[in-house]
Design a protein. Structure first.
Length: 209
C-alpha cells in the first residue's frame, strides 16, 4: 500500500513540475512576442551622421611614399526616433585614402542619445609616417597634382537600442563620411592658426547597422 502511495505522489510531482515548466515557457513566449510587436510598431531607424567640417593641420608625403597627416573633424549624429534611445558603447574614428587606413584609430566617448537628440564630436585623428601602398602611390601623386584628395572618415562601433526599460543587445555600427579636400585652392578653406586650414563640408554619411 505504501509503495502505491509513493508512486502516486511521484506522479503528482511530475505533473506539477511539467505544469511549472509549461508556465515558464508560455510566459517567455508571451514576453518575446510582446517585445517583437513593440519593436515592429516602433520601427527603430538608424541614426543619421553628418561630417560638418575638417581642419587639416598636416598632410605631407615623404619618400618613399610615407604619409604623415593630422586632422580635426566635426561629426554630428542625430537620433531620428521619437520613442527609442541609442547607446553608443564603442566608437572608433579613423581616416582612409582609397580604402587604405592612413591614421590611427581615435576612440570617441561612449554616450546615450535620447529621442530626437543630436550629439557632436570634434576629435583629432592623425598618422605618423604611414606607408602608402604601392598601388595607391601613383593615385596619390595624381590627386596631389590635381589639388583635390578624396578621403574617407570612418566610424566603426557598437550601439544598443533602448525602448522604455528594455535595452537590446549590441549591434555593429558602420559610418562612412566622404570628404574631398581641396588642397589646391587655399581659398576653399579658412586659415586657422599656423598652416592649418578648415574646410566646411556638411556632408551626409552613409550608415549601416
Amino acid at each position: 500500500m505504501s509503495t502505491k502511495d509513493c508512486g502516486h505522489h511521484g506522479h503528482k510531482r511530475r505533473v506539477i513540475f511539467r505544469k511549472i515548466i509549461a508556465g515558464i515557457l508560455i510566459f517567455l513566449l508571451i514576453a518575446l512576442i510582446t517585445i517583437l510587436l513593440v519593436w515592429a510598431i516602433l520601427r527603430p531607424t538608424k541614426p543619421k551622421f553628418i561630417l560638418q567640417d575638417a581642419t587639416v593641420y598636416v598632410f605631407n608625403v615623404s619618400n618613399p611614399n610615407f604619409l604623415t597627416s593630422s586632422f580635426q573633424v566635426t561629426i554630428s549624429s542625430r537620433n531620428p526616433n521619437d520613442k527609442i534611445g541609442i547607446y553608443y558603447d564603442k566608437l572608433d574614428l579613423y581616416a582612409t585614402y582609397r580604402n587604405q587606413q592612413i591614421t590611427y584609430r581615435t576612440s570617441l566617448p561612449t554616450t546615450y542619445q535620447g529621442h530626437k537628440e543630436i550629439n557632436v564630436w570634434s576629435p583629432y585623428v592623425y598618422g605618423n609616417a604611414v606607408p602608402v601602398a604601392p598601388y595607391n602611390a601613383v593615385s596619390l601623386t595624381q590627386d596631389q597634382s590635381g589639388g583635390i584628395i578624396p578621403l574617407m572618415f570612418k566610424i566603426d562601433g557598437r550601439v544598443r537600442w533602448k525602448v522604455g526599460t528594455f535595452i537590446s543587445g549590441k549591434y555593429h555600427l558602420y559610418v562612412r563620411c566622404g570628404a574631398f579636400i581641396n588642397f589646391g585652392d587655399k581659398q576653399a578653406g579658412v586659415a586657422v592658426g599656423n598652416n592649418a586650414i578648415k574646410y566646411q563640408l556638411t556632408q551626409s554619411c552613409s550608415v549601416s547597422v
